[in-house]
Write a protein that binds this ligand. Structure first.
Ligand SMILES: C[S@@+](CC[C@H](N)C(=O)[O-])C[C@H]1O[C@@H](n2cnc3c(N)ncnc32)[C@H](O)[C@@H]1O
Length: 210
């Protein structure tokens, strides 16, 4: 009951929590990443839909997977407010209700930190991508500074409650997955606490041709 109340509040406050980071440059980072989406596209862990406004006309179909009902409700409202044509899926990253090879692009932003098992999520993403399809990612990750990484490993409140792991080496996980990293840029999440600041943005491809 308490956890549900907390998750409801997290979803309700999410956009406000993020507003200063979005204003300080995160919005542009989202825009630059999402601009690369083409064709049938699936976003995993879409949250309240902060990427929605950035999908370009080259996206011919948009599916938004989000397992949290409180986030999903806000996502639904944003889809309707923006007049977007998008399917909203009640689905977790490791079990997408989609046929093999059904998307040209997959998107994850600040969601691989939250899935229970990154490899399970990445192999499911690979499954739903067409050969040659691309994953676009933007994630906060483990720090290269051991002092910061030690703090990340402590997982202070509220990270355990919201299910976020700030200590994950997500780039290593993507490299260890069936996807091939094509580009990556390291940066910082603006206006974030030190343990959430290290950030990566990039693309990875499911090799092969359609
Ligand atoms: C920090 S929020 C990021 C939301 C959004 N992607 C963004 O960029 O603002 C993490 C999101 O991942 C979702 N999530 C948690 N576990 C998940 C899972 N197993 N599969 C997919 N998404 C998950 C959460 O519900 C939440 O919406």
């Amino acid at each position: 009951m308490l956890k549900r109340l907390f998750l409801w509040s997290y979803a309700a406050m999410y956009d406000r929590f993020n507003a200063s980071a979005e204003r300080a440059g995160l919005r542009e980072q989202r825009r630059d990443l999402i601009a690369q989406a083409t064709g049938a596209t699936i976003e995993i862990g879409a949250g309240t839909g902060l990427n929605l406004a950035h999908y370009p006309p080259e996206v011919t179909r948009l599916a938004l997977a989000e397992p949290d009902p409180y986030m999903r409700e806000r996502l639904r409202r944003r889809v309707s407010r923006l007049g977007r044509d998008a399917e909203i899926l009640d689905a977790a990253a490791d079990r997408l209700p989609c046929p093999d090879a059904s998307f040209d692009t997959a998107v994850v932003t600040f969601a691989l930190c939250s899935v229970p098992d990154e490899q399970a999520a990445l192999s499911e993403i690979t499954r739903v991508l067409v050969p040659g399809g691309r994953l676009l990612f933007l994630e906060h990750v483990r720090s290269a500074d051991p002092r910061v990484a030690a703090k990340q490993d402590k997982m202070p409140f509220p990270y355990p409650v919201i299910g976020c792991h700030p200590n994950r080496d997500t780039l290593a996980e993507i490299k260890a997955s069936p996807l091939t990293v094509e580009s990556v840029r390291e940066g910082e999440l603006p206006k974030a606490p030190a343990i959430e600041r290290p950030m990566i943005a990039g693309t990875a491809r499911r090799l092969g041709s359609a």
